[in-house]
Design a protein around this ligand. Structure first.
Ligand code: ADP
Ligand code: MG
Length: 255
């Protein structure tokens, strides 16, 4: 897909994620500093930045795996507060894929995928299995359905994790360095699945250092350093003419 194709992907005016004035501390450590970020339906945002800059914390706040201390986070019109019903409501709509896959090792691939549809969506067993197989086909590993995660390669496990998240029919997908734990030859098979998701119009927030992916599918690249969003720009501008000295330094290291 070329940049031109990428720009033709549909983005609606509907706000999916509204983060305003978010601050968070771990004890005395100020990990998120006045973070503002808005994401519209169908937008694909890449978050980059040095290790320890708060990228994981920020995306974990979006499904309340971490609570924020100040400011507001509104997901598809629902504000995240300590209200457990709302947290559940938001989590049902937000899929998350982690660096370390986080599959349940004692369950088969199929069972990993049907768990939430069965228990959270209360879906009949046959429907849940059909749904899981549909997504395992989409990530191109239906033949692995009855294996256990430990019998799969890292790339296959990560594709299961993506299929499992998709089984909840999420409105938003969050990715936290999904290819960082993979051997180089497996990175592409995971990125290919992510590119396809983007092309289908999924709203995505991806923490990744895969700048080829950012160029190909991102509407915006958000650069974080020391808990702050330092710079935010469309990829062509971000890579061609970064404004901030810290962004330039970061790009010099990774490109
Ligand atoms: P990134 O994903 O950009 O590498 P993180 O969001 O994981 O950064 O972490 C940001 C900072 O917050 C780091 O200095 C990290 O050590 C610290 N941190 C992360 N999680 C915790 C925690 N649960 N308790 C205390 N400090 C934490
Ligand atoms: Mg991280």
């Amino acid at each position: 897909m070329s940049d031109a194709d990428g720009k033709r992907l549909k983005v609606s005016d509907k706000m999916m994620i509204e983060i305003k004035g978010v601050n968070k501390w771990f004890g005395d450590f100020h990990v998120l500093k006045d973070v503002d970020l808005t994401v519209k339906e169908g937008e694909r945002i890449v978050i980059a930045g040095p290790s320890g800059s708060g990228k994981s914390t920020l995306i974990r706040c979006i499904n309340h795996l971490e609570p924020h201390d100040e400011g507001s986070i509104i997901i598809d019109g629902v504000e995240l507060t300590e209200d457990l019903k709302r947290i559940d409501e938001v989590r049902r709509e937000v899929g998350m894929v982690f660096q370390q896959f986080n599959l349940f090792p004692h369950m088969t691939v199929l069972e990993n995928c049907t768990l939430a549809p069965l228990w959270v969506r209360k879906m009949p067993e046959k429907d849940a299995r059909d749904l899981a197989m549909k997504f395992l086909e989409r990530v191109r590993i239906p033949e692995q359905a009855n294996k256990y995660p430990g019998q799969l390669s890292g790339g296959q496990q990560q594709r299961v994790a993506i299929a499992r998240a998709l089984c909840m029919n999420p409105k938003i997908m969050l990715f936290d360095e999904p290819t960082s734990a993979l051997d180089p030859e497996m990175i592409k098979e995971v990125l290919d699945v992510m590119v396809e998701l983007a092309q289908e119009g999924m709203t995505m927030l991806c923490v990744t250092h895969e700048m080829g992916f950012a160029r190909e599918v991102a509407n915006r690249v958000v650069f974080m350093d020391e808990g702050e969003i330092i710079e935010e720009a469309p990829p062509e501008e971000f890579f061609r003419a970064p404004k901030n000295a810290r962004t330039k330094e970061f790009l010099a290291q990774i490109l």
